[in-house]
Ligand binder design. Structure first.
Ligand code: BMX
Length: 281
């Protein structure tokens, strides 16, 4: 029987009915930033009411970190989750099943590894989105670390100031555009860059240069066979090419093999279903 997979991110809320790697049904709504986790779950509960009886397991891939069923943000600017929100209990109340809970980028990493651009090789996945998340699959296993933090590359740099993601992601791109006198979200900046506007090209390029530098650091610390990049910014037209252009001057030894993510928005729910499947067999 299918698994109901929820993906709660800073940009979108997604629900999918997944069975053995196949999506039977799915739906997506934008994350209401001034809402609360209970509201987001209510929205998904109502939207999936006709799926009741079609699944016997449930999981959620979420932005931020989950410990003992409690959900918190690492960076509240990405999504302001009230610290220690009882996510496991809240899902049980609405759906009647105890959920498997995983970080969203870690779940997506496993999805891309198993069925996407990871090619079942040692790989690191990065999502450049509202936040900059990540996950790694080494020797066929998702590495989540002792506290579930492994792969949080967007949080690096905290020791010396702001986390890296604050100078890379969609939020940063929109705030830089505003500084340049243009009130618009990241897609508007990408379109202005494609139309040849130098101010927009410079913003996109600075973000891509930081992601390229991160990829080199990842190559030197983990040495994966592939780095797969996804997310709304990561997959925006021209972005990956810009990242690649910043890698060409690196010695070949350090130069990562960078691939675009293949599963798009479904990476998280597909990875989650595969993880739940493994845990139950
Ligand atoms: C942040 C962090 C990660 C998450 C990543 C991508 C929070 C709320 N989230 O680094 O856990 O994986 O953003 O999240 O601290 P997204 O919402 O942009 O997909």
């Amino acid at each position: 029987m299918a698994v109901l997979c929820l993906d709660l991110g800073g940009t979108k809320l997604l629900a999918a009915l997944v069975e053995q790697g196949r999506i039977l049904a799915s739906l997506q709504v934008p994350t209401s930033k001034d809402g609360q986790p209970g509201d987001w779950l209510d929205t998904l509960g109502e939207a999936t009411v006709s799926w009741k009886g079609k699944y016997e397991r449930i999981g959620a891939a979420v932005t931020g970190i989950v410990e003992d069923g409690k959900w918190s943000a690492l960076n509240p600017a990405t999504l302001a989750i009230p610290a220690g929100f009882e996510l496991g209990a809240a899902i049980f109340d609405r759906f009647g099943l105890r959920p498997t809970l995983v970080n969203d980028a870690q779940a997506a990493a496993f999805g891309e590894y198993a069925a996407g651009a990871g090619g079942r090789e040692d790989m690191v996945f990065l999502t450049v989105s509202t936040g900059l998340g990540g996950g790694m699959v080494l020797g066929g296993r998702l590495v989540s670390g002792s506290r579930g933090l492994a792969g949080h590359f967007g949080q690096t740099g905290r020791g010396s100031g702001a986390p890296l993601e604050d100078n890379v992601t969609g939020r940063w791109i929109a705030s830089e555009a505003l500084k340049a006198g243009h009130r618009m979200e990241a897609p508007g900046v990408f379109s202005a860059a494609r139309d040849g506007n130098v101010w927009a090209q410079s913003i996109v390029d600075r973000s891509a240069a930081r992601v390229a530098a991160l990829c080199v650091d990842i190559q030197l610390t983990i040495d994966p066979a592939r780095i797969v990049i996804g997310g709304g910014i990561g997959l925006a037209e021209g972005y990956l090419a810009q990242v690649q252009s910043h890698l060409t001057n690196q010695p070949e030894k350090y130069r990562p093999a960078v691939f675009p993510a293949a599963l798009g928005v479904n990476a998280g729910v597909l990875g989650l279903e595969a993880l739940i499947d493994i845990r139950n067999t």
